[in-house]
Write a protein that binds this ligand. Sequence first.
Ligand code: AMP
Length: 181
Amino acid sequence: MLGAPGSGKGTQADFLAASLGVPAISTGAMLRDAVALGSALGGKVESIMASGALVDDGLMAEVVRERLSRPDAAGGFLLDGYPRTTGQAETLDQILEALGVQLDAVVLLEVPETVLVQRAVARRRADDREEVVRERLRVYREKTEPLVAHYSQRGLLRRIDGERSMPAVTAAILQELGVQA
Ligand code: AMP
């Protein structure tokens, strides 16, 4: 799942994963859990997340490699929030190659910037203060948006209008993926 902060990708990932019978793997949720638990990983990422910046690619590679190697991911998975940089996309290719699997599709949720800010500020998560939201959007444009062209060139990109009701967006994605709801 690819999309700006506030695009609804986390919510959609959970609905879709349930429909598809695969785990939704959210790196943001994994990192928030690590912070809440006070683990070593959580200690490393807490202030980075609070500022709206990205955790470094090397650390994320370890997190994702470990998660994708767990048994529940063997029958397929949905990634939410990873990859987020071109470096992470390359790492993901290596991880998937080692596992002998391929990406089926990259779903891009498209939502206008004004709506993104409204939604994110309404959400009231720790990193959802307006200035942090704007920083996360800036980081998305700079570091993550290049992945749109990258996956489009590979023929994997599926663009979805994310400015609709939650069930309508889920239905549109399932239809685009050729899955019966
Ligand atoms: P998210 O819930 O996906 O919006 O992620 C929340 C925060 O976790 C981000 O603003 C980053 O600080 C961090 N994060 C989540 N996924 C990644 C990733 N793939 N690479 C770097 N940082 C990440």
